[in-house]
Design a protein around this ligand. Structure first.
Ligand code: IPE
Ligand code: IPE
Ligand code: MG
Length: 256
């Protein structure tokens, strides 16, 4: 086996200096229910507050130079919740679209929805399509809302596309699958944040987060704001991303 110099085998991004702002941030917006319970309110109150937090957060990340924000709003597994909570969340999405879409469109936000749309109502599907259509030309930040999304679902749906298109097995590689997964239009997330104190991924972006930097905070999602964003970005700026390689300053120049 030949040993190529490390500099040739590392992807260019591995060389990026520490201190950079992440291009793509993914967030598991968790803790709405506990936030409401702390106030002796029904869980729905927390979800409602969570929508307002999301709208603020998109602008805060955009102001700091983040280009893509992908948020987990409803997982493939969240159907297991009591039916009143599920239908409350579906209704809340419709209200949120009518309340905030105009503002987001004016703020330069491009909205994308990722997830399995087949299980949601026609009304919701049309609201998503409308939100995507009227923000399609915005370029300040891309907000991808993961709704009825699961990382496992994403891998399966990409494989199904390969089979349906009759793609030869040897053509199905990591690059092909990446191009057919839900976030094909975005670079992989650089920073993966979870609020609410749990330290797990709960089936979010399993494929795309392979080399994301992880940041967990006890802060409940409705309380997430500038202080937590700055803490997450500061932690990210200290990380040393190697992608399986070695640190750039450890690369010995050829011929020494
Ligand atoms: C996250 O908050 C929002 C959704 C999953 C829709 P939770 O509803 O999971 O809140 P906790 O984790 O019970 O506090
Ligand atoms: C993850 O939170 C899903 C979303 C934030 C939409 P959950 O509250 O559903 O995750 P678990 O059940 O604690 O793993
Ligand atoms: Mg939760």
């Amino acid at each position: 086996m030949s040993h190529a110099p490390v500099t040739e085998t590392l992807p260019p991004v591995a060389m990026r200096a520490a201190g950079a702002v992440p291009r793509h941030v993914a967030v598991v917006m968790d803790g709405n229910g506990r936030w409401a319970r702390q106030r002796y309110m029904p869980r729905f109150f927390g979800h409602k507050q969570g929508v307002d937090t999301l709208v603020r957060t998109v602008n805060a990340f955009a102001a700091r130079g983040v280009e893509y924000l992908t948020v987990f709003a409803f997982s493939s597994e969240n159907w297991k919740r009591p039916s009143e909570e599920v239908s409350g969340l579906m209704g809340l999405v419709l209200v949120a679209v009518s309340k905030y879409l105009g503002k987001m469109a004016n703020d330069g936000v491009r909205i994308r929805i990722i997830g399995d749309r087949s299980a949601v109502s026609e009304k919701l599907r049309r609201a998503w399509e409308h939100a995507e259509a009227i923000t399609a030309h915005n370029a300040r930040i891309t907000l991808s809302v993961a709704f009825n999304y699961g990382g496992r679902w994403d891998v399966v749906q990409a494989c199904r596309q390969a089979i349906a298109q009759g793609v030869a097995p040897e053509q199905v590689d990591e690059e092909w699958l990446s191009r057919h997964m839900a976030l094909a239009f975005a670079p992989d997330p650089d920073l993966f944040i979870r609020t609410g104190g749990e330290m797990r991924m709960s089936n979010f972006l399993l494929w795309q987060a392979a080399y994301s930097e992880l940041f967990f905070t006890e802060c409940l999602w409705p309380d997430f704001g500038d202080a937590e964003i700055d803490a997450a970005l500061a932690a990210y700026a200290q990380r040393d991303r190697r992608f399986g390689g070695i640190r750039p300053n450890e690369v010995v120049p050829e011929g020494t």
